[in-house]
Design a protein around this ligand. Structure first.
Ligand SMILES: Cc1cc2nc3c(=O)[nH]c(=O)nc-3n(C[C@H](O)[C@H](O)[C@H](O)COP(=O)(O)OP(=O)(O)OC[C@H]3O[C@@H](n4cnc5c(N)ncnc54)[C@H](O)[C@@H]3O)c2cc1C
Length: 530
């Protein structure tokens, strides 16, 4: 296949993507006590540890008759897991013993169905693989009670399948990556309006399977608000719904499939509401005295239906760090010095000239009234220019012995302060002198999501346990404070132990019963979600 391929140990295509600016070394030294020098590099493909494939000849032949089948080391290692910090630690160390026995890539929804039936009959575990960007262990090669495991690569289910201009509804193959979807839609004058930070690699089907939220979710909605219909191949047959704008025909089966993370079946096509390409985009910054003042202003906007399409409010630490690491020179760092101790809110509006001008004017007036200090377009443009840089820089940070990982949650406005301080305390207590950054984004009338990034000097002896302890403490704190275990990263294997605390036992049983009906052999993505 001639598809773009991500490096197996990090983010991006080989040699591509932004790097840490030179002055970052000084910052890492003073803030985290690490030297800033490269202390480790990922192993080469030849050094990766990989067990021989357990796929027998008969099964190999059967699956190869249904779909493209690859079992070379590069394919197996590249589909071994996702892109969390823990995933990258293991991939960088070449720890791929458990890699899928083969990568199977069907070319149609019917071929997906046939592969699932064959795997159910043979008792082969199946991990659906979209863009491979899961950060919650959603792609962990867990075999459950099965000896053989395949990665079901959905990359060949790509492109626009049909387009209804009048309804602004596009059917896309489940394996279509977001940039490719936007490229194809752009030629017709439309866009997805879905830009998670993992945009470069994530797929339409993967986003629906994890109920993802893009950076402009405040304006364009989360993925589940824009999925009008979908097709999902399960071992027991196809689940599908009508592409109608609304229905009262019982509980929304489409919503049961969204967020099902491959444990029921494979989303082969997604019917999405799409948005006209915006004639105007405007991003700008506002400074606030502190985080609380900023989110009170955002709350006002959300409740008065004036929230911008993109709203991202950084706390004091994140504001300081983003200016300190800004790659665009002395000017940004000078602004950072002026704004030390303050919080920056980035707002973005996208749409027609009139709509952007009008909505921006109303929101800017309200923000000024709430104590916001307008910073002009520079901070907004800087955010837009670097909106996908973070995961590239993470590779550089891992080379330099820095532990860096993120986690996210959401709660009501009334509970936001308690949740923020509980999670911050948990991370600070479980990591050595960390930097804990937080931003509020994805705002709703009733509340907002909080997104934390933790940096610390990596424990060179056992970096995985170091982060596991911190994650455990932070998730316990989230649950104890009434936040959701995940606002958009999904559950996977990593959050599964806490799902019952959120859904209750009966909720878990309902999900298990649904899985049992769609996947009686228990082959679909074992060990995830429930
Ligand atoms: C750097 C970084 C930034 C991120 N930023 C965001 C963000 O801003 N917002 C956000 O919501 N998430 C974000 N994520 C998380 C991740 O990108 C999302 O969960 C995304 O939706 C996953 O899409 P994917 O195609 O990569 O799916 P994958 O990672 O391939 O799969 C995710 C899960 O869904 C299952 N799956 C995949 N495709 C299908 C399918 N077609 N049918 C059924 N099951 C399927 C997989 O088995 C797996 O359990 C980020 C991740 C990274 C690494």
């Amino acid at each position: 296949m001639s598809r773009r391929e991500c490096v197996f140990w990090g983010w991006g295509e080989p040699g591509a993507g932004p790097s840490l600016p030179d002055h970052a070394a000084g910052f890492l030294r003073s803030e985290l006590g690490v030297s800033g020098a490269v202390v480790s590099t990922p192993v080469s493909l030849e050094e990766v540890r990989l067990r021989p494939s357990a796929l027998g000849d008969a099964l190999r032949e059967r699956l190869a008759g249904l779909a493209e089948l690859r079992d070379d080391p590069a394919s197996r290692v590249g589909r071994c897991r996702g892109k969390s910090y823990l995933d990258l630690l293991r991939q960088r160390a070449g720890d791929c013993e458990d890699a899928p026995d083969a990568v199977v890539a069907p070319a149609s929804a019917e071929a997906v169905q046939a592969v699932l039936v064959a795997c159910a009959e043979a008792g082969v575990a199946v991990v659906p693989f979209g863009g491979g960007t899961s950060v919650v262990g959603g792609l962990e090669p867990l075999r459950g009670r099965h000896d053989v495991l395949i990665s079901l690569d959905l990359g060949r289910l790509e492109g626009i399948e049909s387009f209804d201009d009048r309804a602004q509804l596009a059917w896309l193959g489940g394996g279509t990556r977001l940039p490719e979807a936007d490229h194809a839609l752009g030629q017709r004058g439309y866009m997805l309006g879905h830009t998670p930070q993992s945009y470069e690699w994530a797929t339409v089907g993967g986003c629906a399977a994890t109920r993802s939220a893009g950076q402009s979710s405040t304006g364009h909605g989360r993925i589940e608000e824009n999925v009008v219909a979908l097709r999902c191949a399960t071992p027991a047959g196809e689940l599908a719904n009508l592409p109608v704008p609304a229905t009262a025909a019982g509980p929304a089966l489409k919503q049961l499939v969204m967020g099902s993370e491959g444990i029921l079946g494979v989303i082969t096509s997604v019917g999405l509401r799409v948005f006209p390409l915006p004639a105007a985009r405007r991003y700008e910054g506002f400074a606030f005295r502190d985080f609380e003042a900023g989110w009170d202003a955002l709350r006002g906007l959300a409740q008065d239906e004036m929230a911008p399409d993109i709203a991202r409010l950084s706390d004091e630490v994140e504001t300081r760090m983003s200016f300190a690491l800004a790659g665009n020179g002395a000017k940004a760092r000078a602004m950072g010095a002026v704004l030390r101790g303050r919080c920056v809110l980035v707002c973005g509006w996208e749409g027609s000239e009139v709509s952007v001008a009008l909505r921006r004017k109303l929101a800017a007036k309200a923000l000024r009234g709430a104590g916001g200090w307008p910073l002009g377009q520079a901070p907004g443009e800087a955010w837009a220019a670097t909106r996908y840089a973070g995961p590239h820089l993470r590779d550089d940070l891992l080379d330099r012995g820095v532990m860096v990982e993120t986690l996210e949650t959401a709660t009501t406005w009334s509970n936001l302060a308690a949740l923020r301080s509980a999670v911050t305390r948990a991370l600070e207590a479980s990591l050595p002198a960390p930097l804990v950054l937080c931003h509020a984004s994805h705002v709703y009338p009733t509340g907002a999501s909080l997104y934390f990034t933790a940096f610390a000097a990596q424990d060179p002896d056992d970096p995985a346990s170091q982060w596991r302890r911190a994650k455990l403490a932070a998730t316990d704190a989230i649950v104890a404070t009434g936040g959701t275990i995940t606002h958009h990263h999904a559950v996977g294997a990593d959050h599964a132990p806490w799902l019952g605390a959120e859904t209750g036992e009966l909720g878990l049983d309902v999900l298990r019963a649904l899985k049992e009906r769609c996947d009686p052999a228990g082959i679909m993505n074992p060990g995830k979600l429930v």
